[in-house]
Write a protein that binds this ligand. Structure first.
Ligand SMILES: *Cc1c(COP(=O)(O)O)cnc(C)c1O
Length: 462
């Protein structure tokens, strides 16, 4: 059949709209239902002209329009189940907030607040005042400022302190963090001139020292985040860089990436320098994220010398990257938990998920595989397996967190097809695939979500 004839097979809008498949949608909102039918017919018209595809009958077209109607009724941004084992999954929203942080957000969102009001004097206050003392207390830094995210923090600090002058950085730290955030490009846009020293794998203190001129504004250290140079390497320690900065009177700035307040080495996770370590080592200005290892909301945190922080705060760009009240509420509640490290480990979901015990994960994997065996035993092979979770968010890229997963090998469809369908159910379930098996890593599956996973898999493999 030629395209003309195929197009004639498409029914009229009103014909599809009358079908029973669309009755609930029509009852809810006839105009929106009609719009969905038009859209579906339009898509088929395009497919006919492009691919010569044969259109389905009115029943199927009505079902497609009903599905579109349902999809449009649902919120676009919604909860998913993370069974990937990646704790700080940037595509799945990174850190989960603690109950205290969630409550603080809800209160500030629904009520007026003292966001910029000094309640003692009744005069205008500073929105930063709600977190500055906590940050000073936790990190030991002299001053603090918070902005929209860490990329903004880096950009703002460079613009305020080094625009039109030079910033010295090791070639080993000119990294791309992801989402097109490349350190050299951000630096260039901030207006500073980049002076690269050393080589990809080795940089010495003398390399930095030789690069210093009367035009040097900053010595910059960037956490390599999502990659590591292994083997024949040499990096200048923070202490060495600080002493060089002091010798020449040049501030040292560090982009820590994932700002961590607790020594993860104590949890067997491999060492990340903490914010406190770097402040104590004398770094003049530090920036880090709120929603990576810190386990709070998306934010960029700047701590350091009072004179430098003041200059950064005064820069006009600060207004463009301003932190909002809901973020501040969540950040304050998150920071409060850190005043007692053990409380932080229990309350902050990111820390709790990273430190779940192997026994607990194994027990939950065994239980989930049992439930799945009962429900989908005939349609898939179900087992348990030791797996390794990832921290994610560019933190500790080499860390392998021993964990337990449930393996599901579908018998009638491919694992890829099953994973795709699992993303279409409600709530969507995100998994990993390995050797034709779906792997459900229990580390990031929240308590109570097991039943939803069982329901989703029975639906998908039906
Ligand atoms: C993640 C990261 C950033 C960006 O932080 P956001 O809070 O995501 O904007 C910047 N620098 C480093 C080293 C990072 O790891």
């Amino acid at each position: 059949m030629g395209p003309e004839e195929l197009l004639r097979l498409l029914p009229a809008v009103h014909e599809v709209l009358q079908r029973e498949e669309l009755a609930p949608a029509v009852a809810r909102d006839r105009l929106r239902a009609r719009d969905c039918v038009r859209r579906v017919l339009e898509e088929w018209r395009e497919r006919i002209l492009k691919e010569g595809a044969e259109p389905p009958g009115p029943a199927e077209l009505a079902a497609q329009a009903a599905a579109l109607f349902e999809r449009r009724e649902r919120p676009s941004l919604r909860r998913v189940i993370n069974a990937t084992g990646v704790v700080l999954h940037t595509n799945l929203g990174r850190a989960l907030l603690s109950p205290a942080a969630v409550e603080a957000v809800a209160i500030c969102a629904a009520h007026y607040s003292n966001l910029e009001m000094d309640l003692t004097t009744g005069e205008r206050g500073s929105r930063y005042s709600h977190v500055v003392e906590l940050l000073q207390e936790i990190t030991g830094a002299e001053a603090a400022l918070v902005v929209n995210n860490n990329a903004a923090a880096v950009f703002l600090c460079l613009a305020a302190l080094a625009a039109g002058r030079e910033t010295v950085i090791s070639r080993g730290q000119l990294v791309e963090i992801g989402g097109s955030f490349r350190v050299p490009e951000v630096m260039a846009h901030s207006g500073t001139r980049l002076v690269e020293v050393g080589t990809t794998n080795k940089t010495y203190l003398s390399d930095y020292e030789r690069a210093i001129t009367s035009d040097t504004a900053l010595l910059l250290k960037v956490h390599p985040s999502n990659y590591r140079v292994l083997g024949f390497t040499r990096e200048v320690s923070t202490a060495e860089l600080v002493s060089l900065g002091r010798k020449y009177g040049i501030p040292v700035m560090e982009d820590l990436g994932s700002g961590c307040f607790v020594d993860l080495g104590e949890y067997g996770l491999g060492h990340e320098p903490t914010v406190q370590d770097e402040v104590a080592a004398g770094v003049d200005l530090l920036t880090f994220s709120g929603d990576k290892l810190l386990g709070g909301p998306q934010a960029g945190i700047i701590v350091g010398r009072a004179d430098l922080v003041r200059e950064v705060a005064r820069h006009p760009l600060n207004r463009a990257v301003r932190i909002d009240k809901m973020t501040l509420a969540a950040l304050e509640a998150t920071l409060r938990a850190y005043r007692e490290p053990e409380r932080a480990r229990q309350e902050i979901p990111t820390l709790r998920l990273l430190t779940l015990s192997g026994e607990e994960l194994a027990r939950r994997a065994a239980r989930l595989s049992e439930l799945l065996g009962e429900k989908i035993g005939g349609r898939a092979e179900v087992g348990v397996k030791e797996v390794s979770s990832q921290v994610g968010g560019g933190a500790l890229p080499l860390a392998e967190l021993p964990s337990w997963g449930v393996t599901v090998r579908p018998l009638r469809v491919s694992a890829a097809r099953a994973a795709e369908k699992l993303r279409q159910v409600e709530p969507p379930v995100l998994t990993r695939i390995q050797d034709e098996n779906l792997i459900l890593d229990l580390r990031t599956v929240l308590p109570g979500e097991e039943a939803e996973i069982v329901r989703a898999l029975s639906q998908v493999l039906a």
